[in-house]
Design a protein around this ligand. Structure first.
Ligand code: DAH
Length: 313
């Protein structure tokens, strides 16, 4: 079975008794289609645990001896607050949970400052999040190409995970970094599909161990096609945009830049729901012909009608 995230290996690594570790791996998801989602990507998981009764001192010491990137101009905005929707675990003393939180946020803020030291106007923010394996939980976002891009999920590890891994006297934090997304910001890559490109105009721009800003070679024309359908009343609740995107990916592969839901309409009398998706086709390395795209669109229409049990409009 393909892993959807590197957090799947936390327990295994914790069972070895390691107090801190990183795990990097390829991960697989059925996601939406746009310039920052791809069905395969890479994550780096980071974990650090402390003895519950020594955590406060160890954290204070660690933060004191580490060389902070204080001179760095990057602001890492944090307006998050602990609340019932993002609580401290009831088994954790508040002061210890707070120390773990500070250490986690400090470590990630320092990482961002170190990585993006040469970035002039980087905007970074923390937002509240939910993950089934941490509480409280947060996401770190970077403003890129006009949108907030999630680059990391993190939080205080759910105590059950530590207990089940034989580490019940420990408390700790974990994070999962999206490596392509970090690389997109660092190298100025506009579309995540480019990481899979074999085009020498892309590959030859980079040298290992150097951060080089990508120079776009050409943007090929896009071709936009809408696809709309009526849903079957009784199947409505089973539908998610990723069901649609999976079919688009299977057929059009890397030719689609993004898919957007542009209309969601409920017929007032029949109560039937109609959806309209806009597929934006654009190759990364060539101009597509209208015939080629029409052929693909036709196949997608047939497959959508068959697999999603909907009536095309
Ligand atoms: N696994 C999460 C994801 O893929 C990211 C994440 C969140 C990793 C919280 C963690 C964590 O280690 O503690 O979206």
């Amino acid at each position: 079975m393909l892993r959807t995230h590197t957090s799947a290996h936390q327990r295994q690594a914790l069972q070895t008794g390691a107090e801190k570790f990183l795990i990097s791996a390829d991960v697989y998801r059925r996601d939406e289609i746009d310039t920052c989602h791809y069905p395969v990507f890479h994550q780096m998981e980071g974990v650090q645990i402390f003895s519950i009764n020594k955590a406060i001192e160890e954290i204070a010491y660690d933060m004191q001896i580490s060389t902070s990137q204080q001179h760095c101009h990057i602001n890492t905005d944090d307006n998050t607050v602990i609340s019932i929707t993002n609580p401290i675990q009831s088994c954790h003393p508040i002061e210890i949970a707070n120390a773990i939180t500070s250490h986690l946020k400090y470590s990630l803020n320092e990482l961002v400052k170190m990585l993006f030291i040469d970035e002039k106007n980087l905007q970074v923010r923390w937002v509240d999040a939910y993950f089934p394996f941490t509480s409280p939980s947060w996401e770190m976002e970077i403003f890129y190409q006009g949108k907030w891009l999630e680059v990391c999920g993190c939080g205080v590890i759910t105590q059950d995970i530590l207990n089940n891994a034989g580490q019940s006297d420990k408390i700790g934090w974990a994070f999962g970094l999206g490596l392509e997304r970090i690389a997109m910001v660092l190298f100025n890559i506009p579309d995540i599909r480019l990481f899979w490109s074999k085009d020498p105009r892309f590959i030859n721009q980079f040298t290992s161990n150097e951060i080089i800003k990508f120079k776009p070679f050409s943007k090929y024309p896009s071709c936009i096609k809408d696809l709309s359908f009526w849903m079957n009343n009784d199947k409505e609740h089973e539908f998610h945009i990723t069901n649609f995107c999976e079919i688009v990916r299977d057929i059009a592969e890397d030719l689609v830049e993004d898919v957007k839901l542009v209309d969601d309409f409920m017929h007032p009398k029949t109560k039937k729901r109609s959806l309209c998706f806009r597929i934006n086709y654009r190759s990364m390395d060539r101009t597509c012909t209208n015939e080629e795209i029409n052929g693909i669109q036709d196949k997608i229409r047939k497959s959508v009608a068959e697999k999603l049990d909907v009536t095309l409009r």
